[in-house]
Ligand binder design. Structure first.
Ligand SMILES: N=c1c2ncn([C@@H]3O[C@H](COP(=O)(O)OP(=O)(O)OP(=O)(O)O)[C@@H](O)[C@H]3O)c2ncn1[C@@H]1O[C@H](COP(=O)(O)O)[C@@H](O)[C@H]1O
Length: 111
């Protein structure tokens, strides 16, 4: 079990999730999702995204936090399903650091 102080919690969660590939779907929710396939995993990401939006519009900040945790967990299952490593995402975010979203959009030729 990684020490949360040595590793970002999302990296630790990814390691746990990836290790569930091929595990028993009767004892692991993650293994059950992998067994149900990409379409089901992607659907869950969409559902949890919508639930996060609903929490923001009609519920409490605590509920937004809890729905966000569900969303991040299901997104990480989707990364593992797709062979995307957390570091790939961190690298993309790091490359964008310091670049305004408005300036980036203005620089896009086809938008
Ligand atoms: N972070 C999570 C996590 N967040 C949410 N969930 C589960 O996600 C499910 C979402 O519930 P829903 O009602 O939306 O889903 P559902 O009814 O089962 O699915 P459908 O009806 O949509 O098919 C619940 O069963 C939650 O327990 C999670 N399940 C697991 N984890 C992490 O993954 C680790 C491994 O879990 P297992 O694979 O179950 O061992 C755990 O130790 C946790 O760290």
């Amino acid at each position: 079990m990684p020490n949360p102080q040595d590793q970002h919690i999302l990296d630790a969660l990814y390691a746990t999730v990836a290790a569930r590939k091929g595990a028993d779907p009767d004892t692991s929710y993650t293994a059950k999702l992998f067994a149900r396939g990409t379409a089901k995993i992607a659907q869950k990401v969409g559902e949890e995204g919508v639930e996060t939006v609903i929490a923001a519009l009609a519920e409490t900040p605590d509920k937004v936090a809890s729905e966000s945790a569900d969303l991040l967990y299901h997104l990480i299952v989707l990364w593992a399903d797709q062979g995307v490593k957390p570091q790939d995402v961190w690298n993309t975010l790091a490359e964008r650091q310091g670049i305004s979203g408005i300036a980036e959009k203005a620089a896009r030729a086809d938008d």
